[in-house]
Write a protein that binds this ligand. Structure first.
Ligand code: ATP
Length: 728
């Protein structure tokens, strides 16, 4: 029978577990000190030969030291597996020998934690959750105990003090608790629920103690093939992605480092700020956390496109338009090339140069490689003429000819250098040039849609949109291949346009991807509606597609209400389930237009009486006014988007609807759903995102009629809520 002992410092079991926790912390401190105090550089005098090596050694030492920092609010271990004695540790000398915290009279104990900790003799005290032996912690169940006698999960206070434990016997003899042994793992229900319902303060936490079997399967999936996860809101996609990074770094660290490291792409800075602590808490500090725009980054985003422009610019056909425009630049010369050397002149006719050009153009190479190759070939033509004349040719003749002024000039004319920013600017501001490149690819209306507004004088003064950045990146990718990254995790991938997908694909040409998202939450006009299509654009048609549909964040009552939008926004998707039942989580208040903000303020005040974070989500163009009103009413309110740390600045946070993706709050107050839905083309998708941000309660305040699917039948589904709303 699972057992949850009371929080009691007097309980001898808790006392001994606390003592072990203290011992493990002390051991981690010693490991940290060892790294910090051990001099690893080759030569303290900084001999020039050693400078580079020493710099690398110091960097490595700093990284290892950072990984071993003991974070006081993060428990060092969270679970324990008991095996029959002798199953894990060998008898005799060596790790785990004799009796002690990891060795009882008849059991071997494996403590599972966020990182490996050993004592001064090398005896493992805490085993990294990513080690193969730890997998049983997440996967063993009464039907398949995997040799485990008992699984113990620990409960901790906010200050990371061990306060409780929950035991789950797994061996056949011990499962006489009336459960069906084939029912699978028990999942640590109580602690899982306690963990999910723990009030939110600050950034996202890791879930390493309570990863569920279906999530663990994805976290530990091999690095190849690419993994794509379609998951309903709050099913743990982001959590899975972050833990998967930590897992892959554990199993493939050297290879990933050699291949350019690991990056996670999120939808915006607020989201990245929200997730930034998870990987460091898991001991991983070197992971790049960025947005697609920042990854591409040729210029800042200073403009939003119209939906039509965004759709066309995001379409993969734009790749062909850019390719045509770029490759229309190399042109055969009109005149004979004349090269002077000493008193002699050497001539290469234009037709011969044109042949060379055709041959090079037929090759599959980066545009930027063209001038070098062309110069080489032209220099050869000249040198052959010199040789044929009987004149002596020296070793440096060829390279001299390559640099010859006339040769360089003809190469520049035949194969002009390409500046991707200028190229895209030219294409999007010159209708004739666009027509030449887009004829037969884009319709005349589509060509008009992509032209830039205004008359920017140059790339610096142009106001680029994020769809423009993907075009510039496409051009850059044709000119020169970008640096690649070993593994990229793309979160909220449903919003990538095909052109953005191509930008990501270019950077993982040898690597693999983890693609996370929810088609129902796709809000970008250029988003595709099938994962198969997106994966094609990402260059990963053979990816494994997995589905998560157990929602951990949102109570079932709220998810059922939000799911009414699904037939309209994602008819192919199944309905998600919420693991937490219970009623009263959803309340809807209708107000007269003049009263709306007053009712909203009252709803916020009431939400603040509970614990944890409160998010008030409004249409973007209302956000500043709503935040202003709440502040004027004396409620300390942060506004997401105003500063990067807004989510941590106050308990009450006002969120423009377009920045709500991926975020969550204990209580959510949604202002005027109809305006959120009307604000953009895929407004109902946006509303689905907004309605699925709450962990505990959702209040909806509206003066305008709700979108029809959320209106009438609400009475049956949220009858209690309708009554409650009058109290708001
Ligand atoms: N196994 C788990 N144990 C504890 N908490 C969990 C677990 N899985 C998910 N959660 C919690 O549920 C919440 C939602 O998780 P997460 O943000 O990863 O979901 P998501 O699928 O990315 O959501 P969205 O679709 O809204 O972006 C988070 O607070 C996360 O910590």
């Amino acid at each position: 029978m699972a057992e949850r002992l009371p929080d009691s410092a007097a309980d001898p079991e808790i006392r001994s577990e606390r003592a072990f926790l203290a011992e493990a912390r002390a051991a981690l401190r010693r490991m940290h000190e060892d790294v910090v105090t051990t001099e690893t550089v080759q030569d303290s005098a900084e001999d020039a030969d050693y400078t580079f090596t020493n710099r690398l050694l110091r960097m490595d030492r700093r990284r290892r030291a950072a990984e071993l920092v003991d974070l006081p609010d993060v428990p060092l271990f969270f679970g324990r597996l008991d095996y029959p004695r002798g199953r894990v540790y060998e008898d005799g000398d060596g790790p785990g020998a004799g009796a002690g915290p990891t060795r009882a009279a008849d059991t071997d104990r494996v403590y599972i934690g966020r990182r490996h900790v050993h004592d001064g003799r090398g005896t493992p005290l805490v085993i990294d959750w990513r080690a193969p032996i730890s997998a049983a912690f997440y996967r063993a169940g009464p039907g398949d105990p995997q040799g485990v006698l008992l699984r113990r999960r620990y409960g901790f206070s906010d200050a990371a003090e061990l306060t409780a434990y929950e035991d789950e016997p797994l061996a056949a003899a011990a499962t006489a608790d009336g459960r069906d042994p084939a029912a699978g793992p028990r999942l640590g229900d109580e602690l899982l629920h306690a963990e999910i319902e723990r009030p939110r303060t600050g950034p996202m936490r890791d879930i390493v103690a309570t990863i569920q079997p279906e999530q663990d399967d994805l976290v530990r999936a091999p690095i190849r093939p690419t993994l794509c996860v379609q998951g309903a809101p709050g099913t743990g996609k982001t959590a899975v992605g972050l833990h998967r990074i930590a897992y892959l770094l554990y199993t493939e660290r050297d290879r990933l480092r050699r291949d350019g490291g690991v990056a996670i792409l999120g939808p915006n800075r607020s989201f990245l700020s929200y997730i930034r602590r998870v990987l460091p808490a898991l001991g991983e500090v070197g992971v790049r956390q960025t947005t697609v725009d920042e990854l591409i980054a040729p210029a800042p985003v200073r403009r939003a496109d119209t939906p039509e422009a965004e759709r066309v610019k995001g379409d993969a056909r734009m790749a062909e338009v850019i390719r045509r425009d770029l490759w229309s630049r190399p042109q055969p010369p009109e005149e004979t090339l004349v090269v002077e050397r000493g008193s002699r002149r050497w001539r290469v006719p234009a037709a011969e140069l044109a042949e060379v050009l055709d041959e090079l153009r037929a090759r599959d190479m980066a545009y930027g490689a063209g001038p070098g190759l062309l110069a080489q070939r032209v220099a050869h033509l000249v040198m052959r003429r010199i040789e044929n004349s009987g004149e002596a040719v020296e070793p440096g003749t060829l390279s001299g000819l390559r640099r010859n002024r006339a040769v360089s000039a003809v190469v520049r004319r035949m194969w002009p250098k390409a500046d991707p920013l200028r190229l895209v600017l030219g294409l999007l501001t010159d209708p004739d040039r666009l027509y030449r490149a887009a004829e037969g690819v884009l319709t005349p209306e589509e060509q008009r849609a992509v032209l830039l507004p205004g008359r920017p004088r140059g790339p610096k003064s142009a106001k680029w949109s994020n769809a423009d950045l993907a075009l510039i990146d496409e051009a850059t990718g044709l000119v020169e291949r970008p640096d690649t990254i070993g593994h990229i995790v793309v979160d909220e991938a449903q919003d990538l346009s095909p052109m953005q997908c191509r930008a990501v694909a270019r950077r993982c040409s040898r690597g693999s991807l983890t693609v996370l998202g929810d088609i129902a939450q796709a809000t970008a006009p250029s988003a595709v509606d099938r994962w198969e299509t997106l994966l094609e654009h990402l260059g990963q048609p053979d990816a494994r597609l997995a589905v998560l549909d157990r929602g951990f964040r949102v109570p079932a009552e709220i998810i059922d209400y939000a799911a009414r939008l699904l037939p309209a926004i994602a008819p192919g998707l199944g309905r998600p389930t919420g693991v937490r039942q219970g009623s009263g989580a959803l309340r809807i208040a209708s107000a007269a237009a003049a009263e709306r903000l007053a009712v909203l303020t009252a709803a916020c005040r009431e939400a603040l009486e509970g614990e944890g974070s409160v998010g008030v989500i409004t249409a973007d163009d209302e956000a500043a006014a709503v935040a202003g009103r709440l502040r004027a009413e004396g409620l300390r309110t942060a506004l997401v988007g105003e500063s990067e740390d807004a989510l941590e600045a106050e308990r009450l946070v006002c969120v423009p609807a377009t920045l709500a993706q991926g975020l969550e709050f204990d209580a959510v107050v949604v202002d005027e759903p109809a305006r959120i839905a009307a604000a953009e083309e895929r407004g109902l998708h946006r509303l689905y995102v907004v309605l699925t941000r709450a962990v505990t309660s959702l209040r909806i305040v509206h003066a305008e009629p709700l979108p029809p699917v959320l209106e009438a039948p609400a009475r049956e589904a949220v009858g209690a809520a309708d009554h409650a709303c009058r109290a708001v």
